[in-house]
Write a protein that binds this ligand. Structure first.
Ligand SMILES: *Cc1c(COP(=O)(O)O)cnc(C)c1O
Length: 375
């Protein structure tokens, strides 16, 4: 029977057969026993494969409608495995405003292995076309981007990649598989920081790679198994539990975000608002605006006073938790940029990024309203 993602995150065909428990047991063991010496189906050693990771990886593949899912011990190790499907000498086109860790990875480590990178504003497709060289192997996309939620046309990039025999890799962390499915739009590899919405409880550090192609699968699997970057057993179990509530968390958080957008739009103390939920291009490739919204307070000198007045959002970094998380890119995630680079990207003292949680939206709005009114 074909069932939906919501159901598939919860039902378990081994329940009542291999185990008589509501949850898959935690197989906290590094070694497994084979029924016979030549039994190659069973698990053997934890780094290669184990029941909890296998179960989680099935769920990850199901979420993105991919043939193969891989659970990594961080978003960064997932991204590294995806980029290292390329070989020395290859060139990769990256987004100019890529996630900071991805930038560090490409600039420091991968460069040493003779991979080269161009960072371009991918919202203009011609920039991508113009960056292609004879060594280009892949285009890496992040949409919407951080923190100003700029949207890249996934179909268009996939088309450019197709014409030039390149692979397309998409970091889908911000939209989750419930909001956007890059593989269905023709991308080759999807990566996630599962630390964010997939985990959703601000506790597990994890990453995911999902893909269809058998050759890419072999390469990603080798990275995971040989480098030992697979997600640890206990975290696989926990992430599997958290995925059971992904759909309901995502529904609440995206509904809240719409309400917050309307509130920000109506408040005089708020200047620019960055939210892809009103962008036709974004809505042509995603089901709604997601759960991250950035905004600029008009009196930029009052950033500290504003956060001091807030009671509900966690003022920190990261995103995707059940709690709303307010971050201040200029002094946290984007501190490594020069002041000019920050100004160019709109990352000013008054810019905040809100990852909307699942609190009651009326409470969130009331709290942010009183803080804005008081500055
Ligand atoms: C957090 C994040 C990452 C890195 O993931 P980790 O789980 O922290 O290793 C990569 N991409 C995006 C868009 C992120 O938000």
């Amino acid at each position: 029977m074909d069932t939906s993602i919501e159901t598939d995150m919860i039902i378990d065909n081994k329940r009542g057969r291999e185990y008589d428990t509501a949850n898959q047991p935690l197989y906290y063991s590094t070694a497994f026993i084979r029924k016979s010496l030549d039994d190659e189906e069973a698990h053997l050693y934890v780094r290669n494969s184990n029941p909890n990771r296998e179960k989680l990886e099935e769920k990850l593949a199901r979420l993105e409608n991919g043939n193969h899912g891989f659970a990594f011990n961080s978003g960064m190790s997932a991204i590294a495995a995806a980029l290292m499907t390329c070989s020395p000498g290859d060139h990769i086109i990256m987004p100019a405003d890529m996630y900071g860790g991805t930038y560090e990875l490409s600039k420091t480590i991968l460069k040493r292995y003779q991979l080269s990178f161009s960072a371009v504003d991918q919202t203009v497709a011609d920039n991508v076309t113009n960056a292609i060289t004879e060594n280009t192997k892949a285009i890496y996309i992040e949409t919407p981007s951080n923190p100003t939620l700029k949207v890249t046309d996934i179909r268009k990039i996939v088309e450019i990649a197709g014409k030039n025999n390149l692979i397309t890799i998409v970091d889908n962390t911000f939209m989750t598989p419930l909001g956007q499915n890059p593989l269905s739009l023709g991308a080759d590899i999807v990566v996630h920081s599962a630390t964010k919405f997939l985990g959703g409880h601000s506790d597990v550090l994890a990453g995911a790679v999902i893909l269809n192609d058998e050759n890419l699968k072999t390469s990603v699997q080798e990275m995971q198994v040989v480098m030992g970057t697979g997600l640890g057993t206990y975290d696989c179990w926990t992430l599997g539990q958290h995925l059971k509530t992904l759909a309901i968390r995502w529904k609440q958080t995206t509904e809240n975000t719409e309400k917050l957008y309307q509130f920000f739009d109506s408040h005089e103390g708020v200047g620019d608002i960055y939210y892809p939920g009103r962008d036709p291009l974004h809505l042509s490739q995603a089901s709604h605006g997601g759960a991250v919204i950035s905004f600029r307070i008009k009196d930029e000198s009052k950033a500290q006073e504003f956060v001091d007045k807030l009671n509900i959002p966690l003022v920190s970094v990261s995103l995707g938790g059940v709690e709303s998380i307010l971050s201040h890119p200029r002094t946290s995630s984007h501190l490594a940029l020069t002041e000019d680079e920050r100004q160019d990207r709109g990352i000013t003292q008054g810019l905040f990024r809100l990852s909307v949680g699942i609190e009651k939206s009326d409470d969130l709005i009331a709290d942010i309203r009183q803080a804005l009114d008081s500055i």
